[in-house]
Design a protein around this ligand. Structure first.
Ligand code: OGA
Ligand code: MN
Length: 294
């Protein structure tokens, strides 16, 4: 029996989401039972952290693969050369080149929701965390899409039933480019190399827990299908504002070595842009694909 198994301990945060798993050393082999416990904790708490996980990209990729099929991000310049399923998020530039995506996660979103098969989960590992005078920056915020759905009034639940919406990588690209200036605004023609919109249900059923989750996000969802544009815009703004209610939130304060895992159906997330160089942030990420159920 591995030492890992004996010491697994869950420390739930307060609120609907978030938990710490103590006693796991991911640099040592992990037996199947312990792995299953981690997975159960993920579906139960939606956001879980394993501390002190100082992983090489290949180790992150190997652990991630135990959850399912890893995805290679469409933004090839931010993927790791040897293990392309590892994606870099950083504000660092080396030899004139960004080390990873400089503006990841700036709006509420669910990872890779612009694909037909988005990410069921994400693993994000902190290598460098911005810090000054003992204070850290660049927290990641989470919103429970399950709690947000449950809290909707019944008439809104009825209204959303059966509706679908378009989620666009191309839409996100120019929205970020215009707002933050960290990527070029692209023409329609230039955007063609990125995936077309994916149409998904506005409310989806969690594949493991069966709970209903709100699946529209500020970052990518731009049009409700079969509604006039003005009505679609108003309804989307209303839903985005609803999800932004702190009653549904958990905020992760990073420590170096944190391996944070989240369930992209049960939660949405958003980066906090409250630091700049010389404070450095470097994170490596894997996403695992999963289905969208109506
Ligand atoms: C992500 C993401 C937010 C952050 O890794 O998918 O959105 O705080 N990250 O880095
Ligand atoms: Mn993300």
């Amino acid at each position: 029996m591995s030492a890992n198994k004996a010491t697994l301990e869950l420390r739930p945060e307060c609120g609907p989401i978030g938990s710490e798993i103590a006693g796991i050393d991911l640099s040592a082999p992990l037996d199947g039972d312990t792995f299953n416990e981690i997975e159960v904790a993920l579906w139960r708490y939606a956001v879980v952290v394993i501390r002190d996980s100082n992983l090489m990209p290949a180790q992150l990729a190997a652990f991630s693969r135990r959850f399912g099929r890893p995805q290679v991000n469409v933004r090839a310049e931010a993927t790791n050369a040897e293990t392309p399923e590892v994606f870099w998020i950083s504000n660092i530039t080396e030899d004139g080149k960004p080390v990873g995506s400089h503006d990841a996660g700036r709006y509420w979103h669910s990872d890779l929701c612009y694909l037909e098969t988005p990410s069921k989960m994400t693993l994000l590992n902190a290598i460098e965390v911005p810090e000054r005078d003992g204070e850290t920056f660049g927290d990641t915020q989470f919103a429970s899409a399950t709690a947000a759905y449950d809290a909707l009034p019944d008439d809104m639940k009825a209204r959303l039933d059966g509706l679908t919406a378009a989620n666009g990588y191309r839409y996100m690209w120019n929205k970020k480019a215009r707002e933050f200036g960290l990527r070029p605004v692209l023409t329609e023609e230039e955007l063609q190399k990125y995936p077309p919109d994916a149409v998904h249900p506005i409310v989806r059923k969690h594949p493991v827990t069966d709970r209903k989750c709100l699946f529209v996000c500020e970052g990518y969802t731009h049009r409700i299908v079969n509604l006039p544009e003005a009505e679609s815009d108003t309804l989307l703004q209303e839903l985005f504002a609803h999800l932004a209610n702190p009653a549904f939130h958990y905020r992760h304060k990073w420590r170096v070595g944190d391996l944070l895992m989240w369930d992209n159906c049960a939660v949405q997330h958003k980066a906090t842009n409250d630091y700049e160089l010389p404070l450095r942030r470097l994170m490596q990420r894997c996403t695992i694909e999963g289905p969208v159920l109506a």
